[in-house]
Design a protein around this ligand. Structure first.
Ligand SMILES: [Fe+2]
Ligand SMILES: [Fe+2]
Length: 248
């Protein structure tokens, strides 16, 4: 899926007033050190395997709170008079509950494969229980700050960018894993595989919400763009942390 697929038409408000604000951050994400390392054609398969273990184990902390973050942001929007957006966010929250379970299962499968290959033994539970890396913490802090702020609708910008990553960056990473590690490795990436599919629908939904919000309140574009930009920057920092962890 590309950005064009989710675009209803060329003169929409999202394209005109929101997307210019996140364009540079999207570019930075694709050229980020960690993302480029994981998606390089000549990446070492052992590094890529270890990177995926970092991605899934650290990702649990970023995925488990998601339904709570979206619900609380929705409730804050309702408090501030944006009842329609608030209700839509609360509806979306239900669709995110429990997705960290996939990250946990994937960590276990990847670690089992790693240990079976004879690499220095890893423990999935220990990896999952680690303290947050700087990138993970920045991602968590961004959500909490957005909810507490007087522009909680920024959550929609965060959600749009992150779920869009599933359908734009996700397939690039998956294709490289299949090529470098072999297609059988994809079986241990249920979170990524599922999200490439379900976030296509979520992205269309988010874009519709963005369009409606900007239609009524064009001035909100700035807060949405700042939140979307910060979401991409912190997720990119998380991906860099995964690459750094895989090299250790
Ligand atoms: Fe999800
Ligand atoms: Fe989603």
């Amino acid at each position: 899926m590309t950005l064009t697929d989710v675009r209803a038409n060329d003169d929409d408000l999202v394209a005109a007033h929101y997307e210019p604000l996140v364009r540079q951050a999207r570019r930075n994400y694709r050229t980020g050190e960690g993302f480029r390392a994981a998606c390089a054609e000549d990446v070492d398969p052992i590094f890529l395997h270890r990177f995926l273990i970092e991605f899934c184990s650290l990702g649990v902390q970023m995925t488990e709170p998601v339904d709570g973050w979206i619900r609380r942001a929705g409730e804050r929007c309702t408090e501030l008079g944006l009842g329609e957006l608030g209700a839509a966010l609360v509806r979306h929250a239900d669709h995110e509950a429990g997705h960290h379970e996939m990250m946990i299962a994937d960590t276990r499968t990847l670690v089992d494969g790693w240990n079976a290959d004879g690499h220095p033994t890893l423990d999935a539970d220990q990896l999952i229980a680690r303290p947050a890396t700087p990138g993970v913490q920045a991602y968590i802090d961004l959500h909490e700050a957005t909810i507490a702020s007087d522009t909680p609708w920024g959550q929609l910008g965060i959600e749009y960018e992150i779920e869009l990553l599933s359908v734009t960056a996700g397939p690039v990473l998956m294709a490289n894993v299949a090529k470098v590690c072999g297609p059988e490795r994809l079986a241990s990436l249920s979170f990524l595989e599922d999200h490439i599919e379900i976030d296509a629908g979520h992205t269309v939904f988010n874009r519709r919400q963005l369009e409606a919000l900007l239609g009524d309140h064009l001035h909100m574009a700035d807060a949405l763009g700042s939140a979307g930009t910060a979401a991409l920057a912190s997720h990119s920092a998380f991906i860099d942390d995964c690459a750094a962890g895989a090299r250790r």
